[in-house]
Design a protein around this ligand. Sequence first.
Ligand SMILES: Cc1cc2nc3c(=O)[nH]c(=O)nc-3n(C[C@H](O)[C@H](O)[C@H](O)COP(=O)(O)OP(=O)(O)OC[C@H]3O[C@@H](n4cnc5c(N)ncnc54)[C@H](O)[C@@H]3O)c2cc1C
Length: 406
Amino acid sequence: MSAAFDVLVIGGGAVGAVSAALLSDDRQRRVGLIDLKRPQMPDADSDFDPRVVAISPGSRNILSAVGAWQAAPPDRLAAFTRMSVHSGSGSIEYRAAEHGLPCLGWIAEIPTLAAAAWSALETAGRVELLAGSRLENIDFGRDRITLTLADGTRLTARLVVAADGARSRLRRLAEIETDSWHYNQHAVIAHVECERTNPGQCWQRFTDDGPLAFLPLPDGRSSIVWSLPSEQARQLQGAGNRATRRALNRAADDLPFGRVVAVGQVYALPLIRRQARSLVDGRLVLAGDAGRTVHPLAGQGLNLGLLDAAALAEVLDDWTPRQDPGESLARYDRWRTSAGAMVANGLHAINELSAERTGLGRRLMGLGFAAGARLWPARELFVQRACGLDADSPRLARGQNGRSAA
Ligand SMILES: Cc1cc2nc3c(=O)[nH]c(=O)nc-3n(C[C@H](O)[C@H](O)[C@H](O)COP(=O)(O)OP(=O)(O)OC[C@H]3O[C@@H](n4cnc5c(N)ncnc54)[C@H](O)[C@@H]3O)c2cc1C
């Protein structure tokens, strides 16, 4: 293998794999994708992975444009057509049909999405897939970057995309600082069974302890995400099935699918908000969790990352490898920093307000939801934004560029 690439993407999660596919659309660019290992498609009869995410229609358009959506097994995707959020005595509900949409999004497993993106890359045959490689080091040159892998292989690229996740090694090697906020919360995640099947509804309540969401799984169960103070999350994780059921039923006593009757394995993940001070350093660009992580209460992290991938492809549409990408990357930096900050700040404010001890914050939010429910233009704006279909979203997310979802 010769070592000179035009674009190298480090990190083949969903964001990195989609970035590589979009940047290779122009056949004149030599593009490579590097990851520690190739993501595997789950066996047809295996249980759903605990790492599930809500995918917006905009993200679906992006995944479709590279063939990844078509490569994901449909029976591992759950569409949701309703979403309701409750706080204090107020609530707001969104229905897809009221906004002219077939659904508001899908619940999907992260490994399935990544494996589907790799499978689409293999089918298209335009990206060199370097699975089983670990990025170790990086040297910045004036018109190319040299990367060293763990086995000593040296590769060069005119442009490097760091999509190597929240603890990005590339970000650290480039000495790009981050602003971080430890929420002192863990997200408790588990798959649960309720008295009635979940018909395709996302339901969320801001409980006294933290936001608790029930997301539909394709088999009628729900996946829960409960952001709790870290100590409480750890206790719940070790509490056993019965105690967890009881805690869930106390916190979600008005769940529309009845009581929780069975709880699968419980996991707890620390919640940290991070924002890289810059998404670009010379010919290095950060995408996805490498550039930012946000509170999961609105399920936006991967959606933001896929919008990064589409935005990067859009600003580099006319770029040829001999040109300096500086101006295009500066545009990407401004665009995605401000879009990401708007979401991260909003989620941060909601989480802080809802965690206010006296319960006043949750009551105020409930009043806000009740008032917002009647403000049609605001609702419509919110849905367009949350679905990745608003004017600030990349063209591909809005289904433009002739590459729209089928
Ligand atoms: C509890 C919880 C719930 C969430 N819910 C949602 C949701 O509903 N909707 C949503 O949109 N988002 C959600 N998110 C966020 C979402 O999970 C992440 O934003 C997303 O998975 C990040 O994808 P990524 O491709 O950027 O990074 P990753 O998936 O972390 O991929 C990084 C890749 O880089 C590779 N890598 C790392 N280091 C190296 C190296 N040195 N060399 C080579 N390869 C390397 C890794 O192997 C990995 O494959 C949630 C997050 C949490 C914690």
